[in-house]
Write a protein that binds this ligand. Sequence first.
Ligand code: NAD
Ligand code: DAU
Length: 351
Amino acid sequence: MKKNILITGGAGFIGSHVVRLFVNKYPGYKIVNLDALTYAGNLENLKDVEHAPNYFFEHVNILEPDMLLNVFEQHDITDVIHLAAESHVDRSILSPMDFIYTNIVGTVNLLNVAKSYWKENLNTHRFHHVSTDEVYGTLGDEGFFTEETAYAPNSPYSASKASSDHFVRAYGETFHIPYVITNCSNNYGPNHFPEKLIPLFINNIMHKKPLPVYGKGENTRDWLYVIDHARAIDLVFHEGRNGEHYNVGGFNEWKNIDLVKLLCKQMDEKLKREAGESEKLISYVKDRPGHDLRYAIDATKINKELGWKPSVTFEEGLSATIDWYLQNEAWLKHVTSGEYQNYYTEQYSNR
Ligand code: NAD
Ligand code: DAU
């Protein structure tokens, strides 16, 4: 069936991988990337698909409902995959309101527009909300987050994502919007903005700058290669059951300090530095307030129901990620200097 899919946040880290996968895999679909191009949105991430005949870009903020409705009408949007969000926990501690506006109000705007545009034959449509495992709060040394784990968010970021998940559910129950929600663990891979642990530390190691490990480095995260997350979104979007949550994770838990040491080791080898050189850059700094101790996903449901599992090991994925950053120094330079924000003007000013 022909679909006109609105992918929000498609210029960001995960969104750009989802857009690329859909544009290339489904030439019969129209893929509309809607993004406000905040500091985290970078159209340079999509240079390889920007001229594809089934790809369209709309520079729109999800806080503008009239503009959203225009996009629905102009492209006759049949489905939504919603990734646009403020995504960085540390920024949510500094500035919670930005997260409340974009993540909660923006999501409700999108739901309202979908509801009013998809008046009839609701069952032919789908709203796929991309969420996080952080809504479940934190784990102790044992156990896993399942789809039945109660929500207990601890940061303004995770509270805003939990709230948006609840609104998606409520619009499903009350207004019969067909929806699915995916709750994924920590992603890593190419095009990751260098404010998050892995790309920040790769950049700092490249430039021999300190590696600021929060607290004692004992917090644990479950890491998944971004392309495997995009594959999971593709599967759940097409085959997931309406009204269901699917947890997505890497079966790959790492204490931060062990991950940082592995990263240092791989980077020393690739940069032909002496063994142990980059580890000397580790600097323990004040902990993140409300720092969740451990995340670990039980991804049995998506595995059993849809046959999804990660396709790369962490060592392979991390090595490929480091190679990408070493080969794309210009991307990193543009992002850290802010130059990437000129790309939109240069690329689209004559269109
Ligand atoms: P990102 O910060 O890299 O990208 C977010 C994108 O959303 C950017 O392109 C930005 O310009 C756009 N955006 C922000 N505010 C907007 C607004 N008001 N209107 C329109 N566009 C706006 O984020 P990411 O890491 O790619 O995460 C994408 C989604 O996946 C988020 O919803 C996040 O909560 C979720 N998620 C992320 C991870 C992770 O590890 N990064 C894990 C699980 C779930
Ligand atoms: O679990 C999914 C979530 O993963 C997503 O929903 C978020 O959008 C994404 O940002 C990520 O959140 P985290 O807070 O886990 O990711 P971050 O890369 O910021 O931090 C990973 C761990 O590393 C965390 O325990 C904090 C620590 N850290 C982070 C930074 C940036 C440091 O020790 N030093 C740092 O400088």
